[in-house]
Design a binder for this molecule. Sequence first.
Ligand code: ZN
Length: 125
Amino acid sequence: MSPVQLIIVTKGGDADIITFTQGEDKLQVAKGYGDMEHLFCSECGCGICQGLHAFSSYFRAVFPSTFQIEDGASCLVPEIYRPRCHVHYENRLFDWNDDLPKWKGGPPGDGMPGEKKSKSATAVQ
Ligand SMILES: [Zn+2]
């Protein structure tokens, strides 16, 4: 389904990519297309994160709605979590009219292991 907003979380230092402070025992993994896996809460069905299993120690994509980001006055996503670009834009269901960079695949320099950056980092007009 597209568009969807995801926040890419990468590994920094020796810390785990994602640290669960509670409810880790409720995580359920659902196999997706190919190597994709989706982690859900088995209690409420909320999507937690997703990603390619082969890269699970490198990055995870989390849903902004997973976080409790409301401040009591606004439900707007805070600036730090707002989208910065469109990725895999070649697979969009409709054009998106904003000024964010749109990449055919991943953004340049995404550092994905084994990815061919020349194909991935192609801007779409
Ligand atoms: Zn839940």
